[in-house]
Design a protein around this ligand. Sequence first.
Ligand SMILES: [Fe+2]
Length: 226
Amino acid sequence: MKHELMELPFEYDALVPFMSKETLIYHHDKHHQAYVNKLNELIIASEFENLSLIDIVKKSDGAIFNNSAQVYNHDFFWNCISPKETKISDSLENLIIKTFGSFEKFKTEFITKASTHFGAGWVWLVVNEDGKLKIVSTVNAQTPITDNATPLLTCDVWEHAYYIDYRNVRPEYLENWWKLINWDFVSTNFDSIQRFEQTNYINDCNDNSDICNYVESIIEDERTTS
Ligand SMILES: [Fe+2]
């Protein structure tokens, strides 16, 4: 199966002045494209040739892992930003406030983790395997999906993400990247987990009544679309 470079969900100049057209051309058309090309080259005639991108990330190591994870991470990253005004859902905002103390404290912790991350990598807001919200950083191509965490938001802190616009001033990139976060996408990721958990919770309903058959059909939909 040939993997394709995802299209940017906005125009190349849509994020100006926070992210330039030149940065998007290099980041998406050169760096992201290179990971896609290398992945396609590496999986020819291998056990990974017909697997989905996520399965490759979860089952591979070495160069195939690095390139597949970078494709996944960048796909996720582009969806996490938007030139449009977006809004966080009440349920996610409430959990962030409960977990971090306030929304400002959450932002400070996220930006600090991204500013101080040594070298190339990614910073994420995830829901861990135990259902807790957490800010984590990953090195190079590492990605939280290999730890059974569900990503809600990510920021690329590889130098190629910001060097054209901000040179070595990563904190300035992060402050401006924050203004671009697509909270609709982040909230949808969170709400998907909530829906899945709710339907799992009522999994014991099996008395063959109409309502239980309906519930079972929702559960089945969630399983096939998650
Ligand atoms: Fe990148």
